[in-house]
Design a protein around this ligand. Structure first.
Ligand SMILES: Cc1cc2nc3c(=O)[nH]c(=O)nc-3n(C[C@H](O)[C@H](O)[C@H](O)COP(=O)(O)OP(=O)(O)OC[C@H]3O[C@@H](n4cnc5c(N)ncnc54)[C@H](O)[C@@H]3O)c2cc1C
Length: 397
């Protein structure tokens, strides 16, 4: 088989890149070793961050505010029911110190023209009736949203196909060989594909895929885990989080990669995010641990997370855990996404490093990559995600 562009990885980043490349009229083949959304993009909580574009949007504003607009368009304009809604988000404040921290954050966001508000516990209860009266208040982010991870990621792949792209599942990429004409021979578990250009979008597996090209891609797998109640009638309306970890990570990023809940096996902070799905399950998660490609849930961490969730929404104490799961997030060692052209190589591109918020940022990451590949010119904000100096040649033994 021969094509213009091969995208490796059928998560949200690869599926969005394929959709936007196909929308530019490019001949694209998306290769996924399992099903579309079988890794992190289907296992995540489905939270979509956004404080709006603001007055001078940086990369983070592009990725968040841009993505939420794309999700909305997929739901409302492209006829794909991905369970998207602009739910709004509440970040629970537990201590006076957290209150001060969140007050400063709101001030900074507002100076940038972004949208966030500090509200009282009473006001929070008006938006989220289960909100604990013992809390000190909340940061309210009305632009936040949520969607179903599997449905949304599969929708991007379907839209890519509708625009002429090909989506091949159960095609594991096993070897990649540069060709004399600047393209690549991609050997999969089934066949060999000749591609003019290659996009690496393999999430937590970018390291092994890069090694096929003798490249050192600075991405490590970080385990995130979740739990769910049985389906319940509607009780949780916002996307819920807590200020504790935001404050901890603002004070100490904690090494490489930054913003983990555990260091050397020891907990450094609790982290929390959750929502109620349309099927009625209330789902929560938070831990981020660097333990290699280990992706089974850890019950002690799940219990800490459940207690944290109960402290924000006491109603959860009544409902036992019905199921748990875990997945691997692509964490960049320096904390910055990798979106763009790989220097020193012909026609090689990458979109990854979206870490713990890649579901909510993936649609725009894929679009920025596709627009750059198609036009040859990067959006100025992509200077903050440039692979140059970060993706390196693998040291030869
Ligand atoms: C428990 C959990 C909760 C999370 N909650 C949120 C949240 O609420 N909001 C949010 O924004 N983000 C969240 N995230 C993070 C988010 O899920 C990820 O950042 C995002 O899904 C990464 O997308 P991706 O496309 O880069 O990677 P992936 O989804 O991992 O996709 C990469 C794909 O590449 C495929 N692949 C790898 N190697 C090969 C190969 N050799 N050949 C073919 N295919 C290959 C894999 O099978 C995989 O499907 C969460 C993650 C987890 C684990």
């Amino acid at each position: 088989m021969e094509t213009e562009i091969v995208v490796v990885g059928g998560g949200i980043a690869g599926a969005s890149a394929a959709f936007h490349l196909a929308s530019h009229g490019r001949r694209v083949v998306l290769l996924e070793r399992g099903e579309i959304a079988s890794a992190a993009s289907g296992q995540n909580m489905g939270g979509i961050d956004s404080y709006g574009w603001g007055d001078a949007p940086d990369l983070q504003a592009h990725l968040t505010a841009g993505s939420i607009e794309i999700f909305e368009a997929v739901q409302t304009d492209h006829g794909e029911d991905i369970e998207f809604r602009r739910s709004g988000g509440l970040q629970a404040i537990r201590t006076a110190e957290e209150y001060e921290f969140e007050r400063d954050r709101v001030e900074t966001l507002r100076k940038r023209g972004q949208v966030a508000e500090l509200i009282t516990t009473r006001e929070a209860s008006g938006i989220e009736p289960g909100f604990s009266p013992a809390l000190l208040g909340a940061l309210y982010a009305p632009r936040r949203g949520q969607a179903d991870p599997v449905k949304a990621t599969q929708a991007f792949a379907r839209l890519a196909e509708r625009r002429g792209g090909r989506v091949l599942t159960h095609r594991e990429v096993r070897a990649i060989t540069p060709r004399a004409d600047g393209g690549y021979a991609v050997r999969t578990s089934e066949d060999e594909i000749a591609a003019g250009a290659l996009v690496i979008a393999a999430g937590a597996w970018c390291g092994p895929v890069g090694a096929m090209l003798d490249l050192d891609i600075p991405i490590v797998p970080v385990r995130g885990q979740m739990w769910a109640t049985a389906p319940l009638e509607p009780r949780v309306f916002q996307t819920i989080s807590a200020a504790e970890s935001a404050m901890a990570w603002a004070r100490d990023h904690g090494g490489a990669p930054p913003d983990l809940t555990h260091r050397d096996g020891r907990r450094v902070t609790r982290h929390l995010y959750g929502r109620q799905r349309r099927n009625g399950e209330i789902i929560f998660g938070g831990d981020r641990e660097l333990i290699g490609y280990e992706a089974t849930p850890n019950s002690a961490g799940i219990e800490v997370n459940r207690e944290h969730a109960i402290s924000v929404l006491p109603l959860l104490a009544k409902f036992p855990i019905a199921r748990t799961w875990a997945g691997l997030m692509p964490f960049p060692l320096d904390g910055k996404p990798l979106i763009g052209r790989v220097p020193g190589r012909d026609n090689l591109w990458i979109v990854t490093g979206l870490a713990s918020s890649g579901f909510g940022r993936g649609p725009m990451a894929g679009k920025l990559l596709a627009d750059y590949l198609h036009t040859g010119t990067p959006a100025p904000v992509l200077s903050g995600a440039d692979p140059a100096g970060r993706v390196r040649e693998l040291a030869r033994r």
